[in-house]
Design a protein around this ligand. Structure first.
Ligand code: HPA
Ligand code: ZN
Length: 326
């Protein structure tokens, strides 16, 4: 059997997808019309043409602008449902969705509107699509720790509807240490913990995500390759890295997909996984990430099996579900 068909057909988990990053230009325009929100672009093509990123920040500016069309609970549902249908088609059995509540509450959208819409889509996914979906609330690291605490406070009445917290947005200049107290509180509350680290930022940020925030997984983490001691630790402790190859390519973390270090991370024994990050912006959903990365870097069936296994073992699904998949 050909490799692309194997990659598409194999059951897998997705552990790094920002649900606001699944918002396709067509849905952005439909929601803008439904909600009477004005956009800075005249049509879908003009918006797509603006997706010419040079680094993380140039992407984030347009990603937050796209999210401004989300107003009602049904908008959040529709966005998540569109992604979950796609995930089901791609043989994703488990997915853990990041969401950025501060992007919405800053515009006057209630926390419950955001979480209830996303959560209802996750429930429907389990029932109607056979996809096991869970939510992870991300704090925006370019904002203050006080703002993160306030966000946590607003979300706690809905705490049964999300399983963990993460840290995203502009990495450089916003090290994990900035959020030590709020992560300590989330840990106390029993949330699962993850953080973006080592995407554009240095390996030192991966160390502090582990030692200062006590996260269980590292999102991206590709800069860990520059620190041999860190690589040994990640391997020894089995800390999963949620790697996003097409994101890395579009945000110029790697010049060319052929230079991507996923193969080296696997060679070093790390629990590396493939993920889509923001599929509507980076030119592909999960299977496209697998197919293009395998094609460019020459990975084979052995790595395909390893990546699928890593995705389930690295997930926060319960032990019984993991046994069913692995
Ligand atoms: N990095 C940081 N923040 C983000 C990303 C990312 O890749 N995608 C959405 N928010
Ligand atoms: Zn991300």
């Amino acid at each position: 059997e050909r490799l692309p068909e194997l990659l598409a057909a194999m059951p897998k988990a997705e552990l790094h997808i920002h649900i606001e990053g699944s918002l396709e230009p067509e849905l952005i325009f439909a929601l803008a019309q439904r909600n009477g929100v004005a956009l800075a672009y005249p049509d879908v093509q003009a918006l797509r043409d603006a997706y010419a990123f040079t680094n993380l920040q140039s992407f984030l500016d347009i990603y937050y602008a796209g999210a401004s069309v989300l107003i009602e609970e049904q908008d959040f549902y529709d966005m998540a449902w569109a992604y979950l249908r796609k995930a089901a088609e791609e043989n994703v059995r488990r997915t853990e969705l990041f969401f950025d509540p501060q992007t919405h509450t800053a515009r006057g959208v209630a926390m419950a509107t955001v979480i209830n819409g996303l959560h209802r889509a996750c429930e429907d996914a389990r029932e109607k699509l056979g996809v096991d979906a869970a939510l992870i609330l991300c704090f925006l690291r370019h904002l203050s720790e006080d703002a993160a605490f306030e966000t946590l406070e607003q979300a706690l009445p809905l705490r049964d509807k999300f399983i963990g917290v993460g840290l995203d947005s502009s990495e450089l200049g916003h090290p994990p240490e900035k959020f030590v107290r709020v992560f300590a509180r989330c840990r106390q509350l029993g949330f699962r913990l993850v953080a973006h680290a080592g995407e554009e930022g240095p390996a030192a940020y991966v160390w502090s995500a582990l030692d200062a925030l006590h996260v269980e997984r590292i999102d991206h983490g590709v800069q860990s390759i520059h620190d041999a001691d860190l690589m040994r630790r990640l391997a020894q402790e089995g800390i999963p890295l949620t790697v996003c190859p097409l994101s890395n390519l579009k945000l110029r973390v790697f010049e060319d997909l052929r230079q991507h270090n996923l193969g080296q991370l696997l060679e070093a024994g790390l629990v590396a996984t493939i993920n889509s990050d923001d599929p509507a912006y980076f030119g592909g959903y999960l299977n496209q990430n697998f197919i293009e990365t395998f094609d460019a870097t020459g990975l084979g069936a052995r790595q395909a099996w390893q990546l699928a296994t890593n995705s389930f073992t690295g997930s926060f699904a319960d032990a019984q579900a993991k046994r069913r998949w692995c």
